[in-house]
Each structure stands twice: as C-alpha cells, then as structure tokens.
Ligand binder design. Structure first.
Ligand SMILES: Nc1ncnc2c1ncn2[C@@H]1O[C@H](COP(=O)(O)OP(=O)(O)OP(=O)(O)O)[C@@H](O)[C@H]1O
Length: 730
C-alpha cells in the first residue's frame, strides 16, 4: 500500500520497519489519490475547514459529559470541553481502572465493563454484566470511548424507557417504508471483483495482462498458460461471474456506488453490515478500501441531516487491527485489546476507544491517524504491504430518550475490513524472519476464514469462527440478519495467475453462501467452477471479450453452463486439455480417473497432474451405436431415443460438474498446502486441518463413486434396451 501514513515507522511488536512510497504507480501521494478518487479531495488540505455537517436538534445544548467535544469536531466521550488535545488522552488523564481493564488478560466477564465494545450488539443484545458497574460512572466509561448507552443496564427503570423508545422507534421505522423495502432488497452477500492495472514493475518485466473483463455480463476470464504433456503450451480459460466485475478503469467512486452505497441506508434499520477486501498482497485491497468509510460517512451524515433529521442518531468511529493474532487499537496509541465473547456469543472488544464524530473531516483525520499506526511491511509484491487486518467501524447510535443525558444504544453498524494480503514464502526469497512470521500468521487467519467459508458452504452445523481473531470479528458478517460485501481484488499479471484463480474461487464460494439460508450450493452456483476451457496460446492474446475464438457458455436445463462452441473458424481451433477438461461428451475413462484420484485422496499429497485421457468414449459410443441400431430397426423407438439422449446428457452434465468440483478442490488444497508449508510454527494444528481436508475430499470422491455406479446401471439399462430391440427384430 502506498499511503502517507506508511512513511511512518511501523509501530509495535518486533520490527521497526521504515516505510517508503511505492513508485509502482503515479507519483501522487496515496492519500491524495484516495481522497480524489473518492470525490473527497477537498478534504486533503489540512487547512480545510469543513463546518460540522451534523448538529442534531436533540443535542443543541450539548450538555453532559457525552456531548463534550475535543478539538472542535472530534469528541472523545468523557473529555471536558475545551480540551484541545485531539487524539489520545495523556496516560495520567485515563482512569487507572480503565487502563487496567484494557490491558490485563484473563478478566472475568463481570470485570469487562469498562471499554467493552460489543462488535455487533444491538440494544437488545447488550451485556448484562456491565450494567451494575456502569451506572453513575459515565465519566470513566467515556474515557474509554464508551458511550453510556453501550452499557445500558437492564434496570426496571430503563426497561420502561426502552419500551417507550421501542414504540417510538417502531413508529419511526414505519415512517420510512421505502428504506425498509430497500433493506429487504439489498442482497445479503454481494461479491464484486476489482482488477487493478499492471504496475510499473510488471510492465517493465513485460508481463501479460491475463484478465479480460466483460462488465455488462459481470463476468471475467482468466487465461492461464499451461503445458501439455508434450511440453507445448496452451492456454486454459477460466470464466467467472459475480455480482459486479470492475476493470482497471473503474474509479473508487464507482466501487463505492456498487458496494457500500446501497447498504448505508439499511444500517439505520438495525442492520449490521460488513464490507471486506480479499486478495493477494499488492492486489489493491487498501487502495480500494480506504476511501469507502469516508464516502459512507458522508452519506450517513446526509441521511442524518435529511431523512432522519432530529431523530437523535449519532455516529461513532473505532479503528483497530489484528496483528500477529493480537488486537490493537489504532486510535489509542496502539493499545493492546482483548476480545471476549458474552453468553450470547457476541464478540466484544475490551478497551476499544470509540469516537463520536460530527463531520467527514474528523473521520478522515481519524482514518489517517489509524493508518499511520497500522503495521506495514514490504513483501515481494508490495513495498507498502499491510501486515495486519484493519477493521474500521462506523456505529450509528441513538440515545434512549433523544437527549445526551441518557445512554446511547447501537442502532446499526458498518464495518470495513482491509484484510492483510497473503504471500507465499516461496514467492520471495528475500523476506526477513519477521516478514515470514507475519506471513505465517496472516496465512493462518486467512485459512481460518476459508475454513469458515467452507463450513458454511457445506452447511455444517459447527462453523469454526473461533479459529482466529479475524473469524471471530467476521462471525456476524456471515450469520443472522446481516449484509456483507466482499470485494475481491486481483492482480492482472501472469505471474499472479495462481493467486488470482484462488481469490476468484473463494469469492465464488462466498457468493454461493448468498443463495438462501446458507444452503448448499445450488447447481447454478457451481457454474463458475465448470467454465474452464482450453484455447490455443496463439488465439488468446489479445483476447477481447466476445472475440470469436472463445467458447461461449450457456446454461443447460439443469442450470449448469454447458460449453457451446460458437460457429466460427476460430472455435474449431480450440485445443483439448490433456486432462479431458474440454470434453463435452461422456467418457467412460473419466470413471477411471475418478477412481484413480480417489486412490490419491487416500494417499499422501498432492496430485501434480490429472491423468491424460484421450481414449475414445466407450460408453458414449456404445449408447450411440445402440440407439442407431434401434432407430434403424424400429422408428417407434425414436421417442425413446430422445429420452435416452436426454438422460445421457443429464448424466454427462452431472459427471462433468463433479469432476470440475474435484479439480477445483484439488487446486484449493494444493494452494492451502502451500500456505501451510509457510506456517512453520509449532502448534498450528496442521494435522487437524489436514484430516479435515481428507474428509472433504473423501466425501467428494464418494459422491463421484455414486455417480459411477449410476452410470454403470444406466449402461446396463442401455444394454437391456439393445437386447430388447434385437429380439424384437427377430
Ligand atoms: N485500481 C488501482 N489503480 C491504481 N493503482 C492501484 C490500484 N489498486 C492498487 N493500486 C496500487 O497498487 C499498490 C498496491 O496496492 P495496495 O497497497 O492497495 O495492495 P494491498 O492488496 O492492500 O496489498 P497488501 O495486502 O500487501 O497490503 C499501491 O501502490 C496502490 O496505489
């Protein structure tokens, strides 16, 4: 990442790494770039004086501790008016008990009250334990950035207030039917892909751009160069379709309108939403994520001013990172924080500072401050690489009775997660020990994320969210009434092909989660996994979308896409993949391949190559021969023929789909093996992980064996038909 803040020294932990700008792209500061691209360049000047956008009618007097403001626009609860110190209060000014609570591990739940932030809690989900300690101590709470509302006790007096408020809010919600409708219309999980341009380094190395994008179709193709067994090169095309696909010319503004803009209004409707960027190191995650919170807060303020004027909504910001498996507050001297789960499995962060904000300028300052504190380092693919997962949260709260005297409670929350990029140890040789350790830790948490996605995808009862801090934070993004936007960032260069395919495959898995109640993937959702075709190298570069030498996919009646070669001279030059991926006709030898690979599942890793199967399709030949004979003998068999052909096609589609799934799983396992190989610390439960992978593969293999037996039965059936036809001849 190339960001102003990254010039600063890396804070915390072992390494003090000097940061510098990447010269890979145009030479403006990243800060400038992201503000400009977000349409917020007016905020760039440090002298810019932006009048507060937000002055609530309810808070006209700004009485009480929670209405005091620091440095003009920024309020840290608990600070007294006139305190000009804009960021962290001096240590002496902090309550010692609070400091203790934020820094001592092993606290019992009852001790968690100060500075406890429930990541996704809403007013009905507040933690009971905090209540008794909080009442009457708003000053201390506010020093820890807690608005008193977060700790609202379940006292009887408050219950009645809550009821009143509940009614009031119900009326309020009823008064905005269009927003409610909009909320239901916003997809639960949206997956978009963004491709960055080739950078200077890649251009200098004359690397190919291997990704073509077809924006109207929301699809993209990755052209992967491979070697045949005879060592001739061919290119395999992998086609993917997502909710939106953005090429290198798309601005950050457009990214915002495609991703976060639609979910902003619904966080006023008691919804939690998460936007996270996923992708390999240097693929543009930070570049993409940084402008989004600013744009979102602009819209939030404008909603507060217009639609929800005088309704008492307030905006709070917090910013923390997960680095090396630990949590640090990016807005409070990188204080170490602790995650706790309450009885309702709500994840809470002990000691996290939250800032009440009144305008976009303040949020920009906070983000810059946080980014400057964030852990960065240099990887082979990115000189300014984020080595931590950064989580910025915008929380909308309301006070119980609309005044600042009463506690504020969570209404909705929007989280922005800039994941650290993964890089394989094997990709670079010059990484120092710290970078490798960081990489191992990042890989571990990303693997934990993948495990959760896989578990959700397989409809498993237990989702291993506790596998890492990252997945604990992300838990609520995937369950319950939440909205999630995943932005998959991909690098266009040929050297990143494997990473890119992996990113896209996982994006596809996440996409499949959106298909109703986390149910197993519908057949249509596996279409992406099947859309790999091979084309000759010469016909690929340049391969504009829609060019004549590609194979067009169209869905068959089962919802799976089927290869349908366009009638053009070029299409006939489509090559055959040795593995048989190109085969559109059923090949009995595929079954050998399944058995062969099932054998491999049981044996140690990893299959290097899927066996070459160029033999003729025995089953298909048998079937066709039988049908031809039958037709010749009795025209009344014509109808039965077409039924058989349909049946045959169905079976063929099934087998192809399963075969593709197995191939995809193998690629994924291979990638994960590579990642695991980079995690060389003890106690990382590799064995456990491996046995899980074994189980998954064995399940897939058994599915394929089922198919094989169905096919055999089908073949028997055809033989019987043949016998019947022959005997009727006689
Ligand atoms: N769409 C884009 N247009 C122009 N430049 C881009 C784009 N995406 C990324 N970049 C540039 O590419 C470089 C790497 O981007 P960035 O730091 O955002 O990657 P990252 O995925 O966050 O990497 P890491 O995971 O290592 O932190 C930066 O110099 C950034 O300015």
């Amino acid at each position: 990442m190339n960001f102003a803040g990254r010039q600063m020294k890396k804070s915390g932990s072992n390494g003090e790494v000097n940061r510098q700008f990447s010269d890979n792209f145009i030479e403006t500061t990243f800060n400038n770039k992201w503000l400009q691209s977000a349409g917020l360049h007016h905020l760039h000047s440090s002298n810019t004086s932006v009048p507060p956008l937000q002055e609530f009618g309810f808070y006209g007097n700004n009485v009480g501790v929670s209405s005091s403001r620091i440095g003009g626009n920024l309020q840290r609860g608990g600070s007294v008016e006139g305190n000009e110190e804009p960021w962290t209060p001096p240590a002496s000014s902090r309550s010692s008990s609070m400091r203790k609570a934020g820094n001592v591990e092993g606290l019992s739940p009852s001790e968690l009250s100060p500075g406890l932030l429930d990541l996704h809690s809403f007013d009905t989900e507040l933690i009971a334990e905090v209540s008794s300690q909080r009442s009457g101590s708003s000053q201390s709470l506010l020093f820890q950035g807690m608005s008193p509302g977060d700790s609202d006790p379940y006292s009887s007096s408050n219950r009645s207030t809550n009821n009143a408020r509940g009614l009031h809010e119900k009326d309020l919600l009823n008064s905005f039917p269009s927003d409610k409708e909009r909320a239901t219309n916003v997809a639960r999980i949206k997956v978009v892909v963004r491709k960055r341009p080739l950078n200077k380094k890649e251009l200098a190395k004359k690397e190919e751009d291997i990704i073509s994008i077809d924006p109207p179709m929301n699809s993209l193709s990755v052209y992967e160069t491979k070697l045949k067994v005879d060592l001739t090169e061919y290119v395999e095309r992998h086609e993917f379709t997502f909710d939106a696909v953005m090429d290198e010319n798309v601005s950050n503004d457009e990214i915002y309108s495609q991703t976060v803009e639609p979910i902003v209004p619904i966080i006023f409707q008691r919804t939690k939403a998460t936007c996270f960027a996923y992708g390999q190191t240097g693929s543009g995650k930070t570049y993409t994520m940084q402008p989004l919170p600013l744009r979102a807060s602009q819209d939030i303020f404008s909603l507060m001013q217009r639609t929800y004027r005088n309704q008492g909504f307030q905006l709070f910001v917090s910013f923390f990172e997960i680095y090396g498996g630990k949590v640090f507050d990016l807005l409070n001297d990188r204080n170490k924080l602790f995650m706790r789960e309450d009885g309702k499995q709500q994840v809470c962060i002990v000691g996290l500072q939250e800032y009440r904000v009144y305008n976009v300028e303040t949020i920009k300052d906070l983000i810059e401050k946080g980014n400057a504190t964030r852990s960065t380092g240099t990887t082979g693919a990115n000189e300014e690489s984020s080595r931590s997962h950064a989580i910025l949260q915008l929380a909308i709260k309301r006070s119980v009775d609309g005044s600042d005297l009463k506690p504020h409670r969570m209404v909705g929350k929007l989280s922005f997660i800039d994941l650290a990029g993964s890089e394989r140890g094997a990709d670079t040789t010059d990484n120092d020990k710290q970078t490798r350790m960081e990489g191992a830790e990042i890989n571990k948490s990303l693997l934990a994320l993948k495990e959760c996605i896989r578990a959700l995808d397989n409809d498993q009862g237990h989702i291993p969210f506790r596998g890492s801090k990252l997945t604990e934070v992300l838990r609520d993004s995937f369950v319950g009434d939440s909205r999630t936007v995943m932005i998959s960032c991909i690098s266009p260069n040929s050297g990143s092909c494997e990473h890119t395919l992996n990113t896209l495959r996982y994006a596809d898995r996440v996409k499949s989660l959106s298909k109703g109640n986390n149910s197993r993937r519908e057949p249509s959702s596996i279409s992406n996994l099947r859309n790999s075709v091979a084309v000759p190298l010469s016909s690929v570069f340049p391969a504009a979308p829609g060019s004549e030498d590609v194979v067009i996919q169209e869905a068959n009646k089962f919802g799976w896409s089927k290869p349908n070669q366009r009638e053009s001279p070029a299409s006939s030059s489509i090559d055959r993949v040795p593995s048989g991926r190109m085969q559109t006709n059923l090949d009995i030898n595929d079954l050998d391949y399944f058995e062969e690979d099932y054998g491999r599942f049981k044996s140690p890793w990893m299959p290097d190559k899927i066996s070459d199967r160029s033999q003729t399709s025995n089953l298909e030949n048998n079937v066709r021969q039988t049908l031809r004979q039958a037709k010749r003998r009795d025209p009344s068999h014509m109808e039965a023929d077409s039924d058989l052909v349909t049946l045959l096609k169905e079976e063929e589609d099934l087998v192809n789909a399963h075969r593709k799934q197995v191939e995809e799983t193998m690629d994924m396992v291979k990638e994960e093996m590579n990642m695991l190989a980079d995690i060389d610390q003890p106690g990382n439960q590799i064995d456990d992980y491996m046995s899980k992978l074994h189980t998954i593969l064995a399940q897939k293999a058994s599915g394929i064996l089922d198919l094989q037996s169905r096919l055999t039965q089908f073949q028997e059936h055809l033989k019987d038909t043949n016998v019947l036809v022959s005997s009727s001849d006689h």
